[in-house]
Design a protein around this ligand. Sequence first.
Ligand code: SDX
Length: 431
Amino acid sequence: MTDTKKTAQLSLNGETYELPIFSPTTGPDVLDIRKLYGQAGVFTYDPGFTSTASCDSTITYIDGGKGELLHRGYPIDQLASKSHHLEVCYLMLYGELPTAAQLEDFETRVTRHTMVHEQMHNFFRGFRRDAHPMATLVGVVGAMSAFYHDSTDINDPWQREVAAIRLIAKLPTIAAMAYKYSIGQPFVYPRNDLDYAANFLHMCFSVPAEEYHVDPILARAMDRIFILHADHEQNASTSTVRLASSSGANPFACIAAGIACLWGPAHGGANQACLEMLKEIGSVDRIPEFIERAKDKNDPFRLMGFGHRVYKNTDPRAKVLKQSADEVLELLGVENNPLLQVAKELERTALNDEYFIEKKLFPNVDFYSGIILEAMGFPTSMFTPIFALSRTVGWISQWKEMIADPQNKIGRPRQLYLGETERNYVDIESR
Ligand code: SDX
């Protein structure tokens, strides 16, 4: 960040305080309030951190007003159409697009780490078969620190690098194992001759009883979903990873914490919730009923897959996913999928409704991803695990950036206390 020597003045209790202003390479200026409590004895108040920059970063930039998303400066629609997930992983981890030689080396390193320790197969057996795959994912990823103890020392740059590669490489394998375990089918080992997305589809959908050929169009759509979910600035799960990491916890524990946070329906769990909502709506003629429920303050129902904390115009990822949805559904001959018809009519109705226009609510990344994944044959319970494996590179890139930051210290927010002041204990006989 550039120290602009600009300052903001805060007048409080007859005193004036100078707050330094820092300017970014692009986006809003920030007020440096790090010394405010020490100087003025007051906290700032920002539940949900809607006006708070928790860190500085060089990885992802979002302009919510323009609907702009850049990864290391490259627009998401260019990356989604011209790149592939492992190249985007390289870009996020190291800051630049790789040369052909760098990419080949990186892909080889990731490919060689896609298998998991054989003992992990037993670890899965402790779960009920009907466990939600996200429960399995949180447990198994957290347990990776017990299997890969030689890449848990966060002060060793080489171990940090190995942990990052292991997580990017093994999350698809673990997510596929969680799926196979939930449907009672045998685990499928990764194959080094398949690319990242094709390998994931192979591990999910192949069975020992017959050959499985990955359709290149489905693999491309899968890869695009990975790219579009890869990172998203300081969202709830990334902030969770950063906060967990600030205590010095090992990378596997930090990513498990991010997976747990992503699970919520207001965040990464929205893709599953969105599909379940579309199924509950069931037909186009029931859309008005649900639109009215979403507008009713007394009804907790919200249109899942709509709205965003930052985007107040359009989610650029949803635009790309909408194209993918049309391609995949046409390939699968389900372009007349009733869910897609409901989704498209719901989108059209909401975008023309005064409430949604005024509240700036529109389809987000989760709205179309669920439709594509459903058409590809995934159960709704696998939608958020796929989001989690895609976001692993974003989490671990932000983790690496934070660990390497000399300003890094434990995160410790304060509060506005509204509880009782000191009072004496009362014996039960006197209560
Ligand atoms: C992701 O942060 C990220 O970057 C996240 C993410 C990422 O890549 O990491 O982009 C991924 O999480 C996408 C969002 C997925 N969640 C959903 O689709 C769930 C449904 N959406 C809402 O829960 C909500 O829109 C949020 C949580 C996404 C955003 O909430 P905000 O910005 O904090 O908005 P809000 O809750 O303050 O709502 C503002 C107003 C409210 O009405 P008022 O109180 O002002 O009268 O809009 C209304 C809300 O009631 N509103 C909705 C709505 N979302 C907000 N009304 C109906 N349906 C909705 N979906």
